[in-house]
Design a protein around this ligand. Structure first.
Ligand SMILES: NC(=O)c1ccc[n+]([C@@H]2O[C@H](COP(=O)([O-])OP(=O)(O)OC[C@H]3O[C@@H](n4cnc5c(N)ncnc54)[C@H](O)[C@@H]3O)[C@@H](O)[C@H]2O)c1
Length: 285
């Protein structure tokens, strides 16, 4: 029996132009897994969207583009730094020069650095806020006027459950930025609700991405220790999520099937943030 398709089909997506910020993925060599942004691009591409992606790492972006083209998709990529307004504008200009419109924007770039308010340096704090939060503002800053002229558009921002709850490791700047993305999305969605533009967040939990896989394969004991910590989790479903779980949520939020949904943050975490993690199994109550 043929295995079921990875992604559902939403006919309204065919021919739509999707801009994916951070279309590459970390630690590519040898991995068959897709990163969250690359998997989202794949889901959109499999629905007939024309994909335009950017990444600070051009070879990572090209890796995704090649995979999409091998599956019959249309994908252009370019290099860009999402923390630079000029760089983001040049990507947006390139999409407009090629297609004259942007129907879907996926803000996927994000990366964590550890630290408490006492231990994190001001420099790293600023970098974290720029990479995780300012990047979302910049992409929206340049794309929203285009969507407003079109009278339509869907924006999906990739947040994290680190922006909803404490995950057991100090990453105060990342957590703050991800929480701010959720609120940025909520208030901006209201500002644009009567303009045909919807903004929503995907809020991933523990996802088994190539970076996680590479830690498990690393020769360094400290990496393998991080891998063990990540994979020994309290997820009520008993397993980590797959990038396709994130991608499927983003796909639905980009499609007309979610046409009455805006300003929302959809948590994709196997029940993790709904649980205190307290184990009472076997306890005599
Ligand atoms: N992996 C998880 O478990 C998890 C959980 C919750 C949230 N998320 C979020 O999902 C998103 C993607 O995560 P992932 O693990 O798939 O990431 P990833 O690192 O595999 O992919 C992100 C891409 O962004 C690119 N990038 C980094 N800095 C950039 C910059 N300044 N300009 C342009 N591109 C840049 C990287 O080169 C990379 O290709 C992030 O926002 C992350 O915070 C991930």
């Amino acid at each position: 029996m043929a295995s079921p398709p990875l992604f559902p089909t939403f006919p309204d997506l065919k021919g739509k132009v999707a801009l994916v910020m951070g279309i590459g993925q970390t630690k590519v060599p040898g991995s068959k897994i897709w990163g969250n942004g690359a998997a989202t691009a794949r889901a959109l591409s499999s629905n007939g969207c024309k994909i335009f992606g950017c990444d600070i790492n051009l070879s990572a972006a090209e890796f995704t583009a090649t995979r999409l083209r091998e599956e019959g998709g249309t994908c252009d990529v370019t290099t860009a730094d999402v923390t630079s307004s000029a760089s983001v504008k040049s990507v947006v200009d390139a999409v407009m020069a090629k297609y004259g419109r942007i129907d879907i924007l996926i803000n996927n770039v994000g990366m964590t650095r550890p630290g408490t308010p006492a231990s994190i340096s001001e420099e790293v704090w600023n970098q974290q806020l720029d990479l995780n939060l300012k990047s979302v503002y910049l992409a929206c800053h340049h794309v929203l006027p285009i969507m407003e002229k079109q009278g339509s558009g869907a924006i999906v921002n990739n947040a994290s459950i680190a922006g909803v709850a404490y995950l057991g490791k100090p990453q105060v700047a990342y957590s703050t930025a991800k929480a701010a993305i959720i609120h940025f999305t909520r208030v901006t969605a209201v500002m644009y609700a009567d303009k045909g533009i919807r903004l929503n967040c995907v809020v991933p939990g523990m996802i088994y991405v190539p970076l996680v896989e590479s830690l498990g394969r690393s020769e360094k004991e400290e990496d393998r220790e991080v891998y063990r910590k990540i994979t020994q989790h309290n997820v009520p479903m008993g397993r980590m999520g797959e990038p396709e779980d994130v991608a499927n949520t983003a796909l639905w939020l980009a499609s007309r099937m979610s046409k009455y949904v805006t300003g929302q943050a959809i948590v994709v975490d196997g029940g993790l943030t709904s649980s205190t993690g307290t184990g009472w199994e076997g306890a005599k109550l």
